[in-house]
Design a protein around this ligand. Structure first.
Ligand SMILES: [Zn+2]
Length: 294
């Protein structure tokens, strides 16, 4: 195997040209790059020119050209459990539904079904799980069954910004491809963010008057207060995300944290779209996080 971790995209292109394709990959790193690379990679796998990247001229590339993406719904009620890349029948794309707090087991089972079918175009089938850190343990166990007995000529690409959240048994079955990116993309990297995180870590021990005092810091001119609350919500969500993935990996219950994460999302909406009072929004967010930590 060539070193995929020098220039990961170039390494992947070479492996397509040489036909050395693994059945499972884990693309990790911050930001959109791992996800973009996964899209590029599975399109290259389907391309009949096999030049390492999509030639954009063959029938497969015309089919896999990304169009307007269909909204996925993890419950399958208001949309499909997965979509295709473009309208290529052999390329499956899975991610968390827009209103969902996880990638659901039903979505993994749907993938299992899709992989069992004969390839429509006679080539390799490939699937991307674009936010694998949101697979809960049940879904990861279902995924493990695919990884343990991968159907012929299939490739699965897991993309995760938090690979530590995946079960060790899942990680060990994947070819790891790391995308190094500066820490500047992490919402937790700045000193201000670290200060907020230190406060958040204290929340479980904080008395209600202290919590309300903290929320009171977000009074004053709305624009300034709203920006500060937006920062609090951003850091709070990222912090919840990180700690939840760690706990989920250890098999601990995370429903409370996922609920708080959803509350923070709705807080951000009321702040931005409904001009809600920043102090009230901060109060609601902090109370939700505190409850999750109990
Ligand atoms: Zn092509």
């Amino acid at each position: 195997m060539s070193d995929l971790n020098g220039d990961p995209r170039q390494g992947l292109r070479e492996s397509v040209v040489q036909g050395r394709i693994h059945t499972a990959y884990l693309f990790s790193g911050a930001g959109d790059e791992p996800r973009d690379a996964a899209l590029e990679f599975v399109r290259a796998l389907a391309c009949s020119a096999a030049t390492g990247s999509a030639c954009e001229a063959c029938a497969a590339c015309r089919r896999s050209a990304p169009g307007d993406p269909v909204e996925i719904d993890g419950s399958g009620k208001s949309g499909p459990l997965f979509r295709h890349v473009g309208d290529h029948p052999d390329l499956v794309w899975i991610e968390r539904g827009s209103g969902d707090t996880r990638v659901r087991i039903g979505q993994v089972r749907a993938l299992q079904q899709a992989f069992r079918l004969r390839s429509m175009e006679g080539g390799r089938r490939a699937a991307v799980i674009a936010d694998a850190e949101w697979l809960n343990q049940e879904a990861q166990n279902a995924l493990l069954r695919i990884l343990e007995e991968p159907p012929d000529r299939t490739t699965l690409v897991l993309v995760s910004g938090q690979p530590a959240g995946l079960l060790a048994t899942v990680r060990s079955r994947c070819q790891r491809v790391r995308f190094a990116r500066g820490q500047e993309t992490s919402p937790l990297a700045s000193d201000e963010a670290q200060e907020i995180v230190a406060h958040l870590e204290n929340l479980s021990r904080m008395s209600t008057p202290d919590l309300l005092d903290w929320a009171e810091e977000f009074r004053g001119p709305r624009a300034i207060a709203a920006a500060a609350v937006a920062e609090l919500l951003g850091v709070g969500s990222a912090w919840l995300h990180e700690t939840t993935c760690g706990l989920a990996a250890a098999g601990a219950p995370v429903d409370g944290r996922l609920a708080a994460w959803t509350t923070l999302k709705s807080c951000r909406k009321s702040l931005v779209q409904r001009n809600a009072n920043p102090q009230m929004v901060a109060e609601r967010a902090l109370l939700a996080i505190q409850e999750a930590l109990q």
